[in-house]
Design a protein around this ligand. Structure first.
Ligand code: SF4
Length: 345
């Protein structure tokens, strides 16, 4: 289970870009702009907590994102809670896209959403400069879907959002499905067909211990091997080569070449060795790993009046302290200090 063992890089002149002490190039920033959500998914918001953390002003996120981009971040993903609940998100995307004209030419801007509000926003987000979108969708059966989200009418809204995003050209359009045994693992084969019929990339995610309550156990995880076997029985799969070492999903197409699925297997086939991600929480804290036990208060320093150069130096030293890997399922494993809805995907 453990990721490839990493050693602290001792190279005298480290290569350019934002790197951690293991030499991993950090080029992917995930920014949560709210921990509010309009869904109550049974495996995520298992408690009654609701939103817990303050949100920054849109222009405060922009200042922090600019600092990261100036240090070499080439991919910015907006997340939540549910980011489309934030008024000003279209303006934020437009301002981030402006960074392409000052040195961030290849800046890739993505969004992860539950899709409920996407139908009306896909066009404006694309026009503002968003490249692509990932929709979290845990069932293709409306009844199962609404049993999970605990929101009536949510299935139709999300399907409309997916189709609007595709029509707007927010592609490749990815669908993320968190699989839980006994909850929605009966959706695997249906999702394989959905990927082909809707021309979207469906990615199955092994359930991680990031929920509010105490639902997670190894038995509830549907491992990559089983997902491949189950789909292969109905639609033979062919594995595709990885496009990038830091890619989180193992990619597959079907034997007739139509459609693509991915499997993100952090529990049974961890990929920490090539991790390229850091996160910024909705209240402006840096999390160097999804499973971090400590957070770094970047926003607090900004509020205290630190200059951009001082804040950059803080980001660089914080990234140096990035954890080697997660320890899910190992003795002494500690759940992260926040649950997923309060961290951001
Ligand atoms: S668990 Fe941490 S180190 Fe591993 S891939 Fe996720 S964020 Fe990266």
């Amino acid at each position: 289970m453990a990721a490839a063992s990493l050693t602290v890089s001792s190279v005298s002149s480290p290569a350019p870009g934002l790197r951690d002490s293991y030499g991993r190039l950090i080029h992917d920033l995930r920014v949560s702009i709210t921990d509010r959500c309009n869904y109550k998914c049974v495996y995520c918001r298992t408690g009654e907590m609701g939103a817990q953390y303050p949100e920054l002003a849109i222009d405060e996120y922009l200042r922090l994102i600019k600092l990261f981009v100036s240090l070499g971040i080439t991919k910015v993903r907006l997340t939540g809670g549910e980011p489309l609940l934030r008024r000003g998100i279209v303006d934020l995307v437009r301002e981030i896209a402006r960074l392409r004209t000052c040195g961030g030419a290849t800046l890739d801007i993505a969004l992860t959403t539950n899709g409920h509000l996407l139908d009306g926003l896909a066009g404006p987000l694309k026009a503002a400069g968003l490249n692509r979108v990932t929709v979290s969708m845990d069932a293709v059966d409306a009844a199962v879907f609404e049993r999970i989200t605990r929101v009536e009418g949510s299935f139709a809204a999300v399907l409309a959002g997916v189709r609007a995003a595709r029509a707007a050209g927010l592609t490749p359009l990815k669908i993320n499905c968190v699989l839980l045994r006994g909850f929605n693992d009966d959706q695997i084969e249906g999702f394989a067909r959905f990927a082909r019929e809707e021309n979207v990339v469906v990615r199955f995610i092994e359930f991680m211990p990031l929920e509010e309550g105490r639902l997670w156990s190894p038995e509830i995880v549907v491992p990559l091997r089983e997902i491949v076997e189950r789909i292969g029985r109905v639609l033979p799969l062919v594995e595709l080569p990885a496009r990038d070492a830091s890619e989180t999903a193992r990619r597959y197409t079907f034997s007739d070449g139509l459609g693509e699925i991915g499997i993100i297997a952090p529990v049974t086939q961890a990929f920490c060795g090539a991790c390229s991600r850091v996160r910024l929480t909705s209240d402006g804290k840096i999390r160097t790993c999804l499973f971090s036990q400590i957070e770094h208060d970047l926003y607090g320093r900004m509020r205290a009046g630190e200059s951009d150069d001082e804040l950059r130096a803080y980001i660089i030293s914080t990234v140096q302290s990035k954890e080697a890997r997660h320890h899910i399922g190992e003795p002494g494993f500690l759940k992260p200090s926040r649950s997923m809805v309060h961290i951001g995907g």
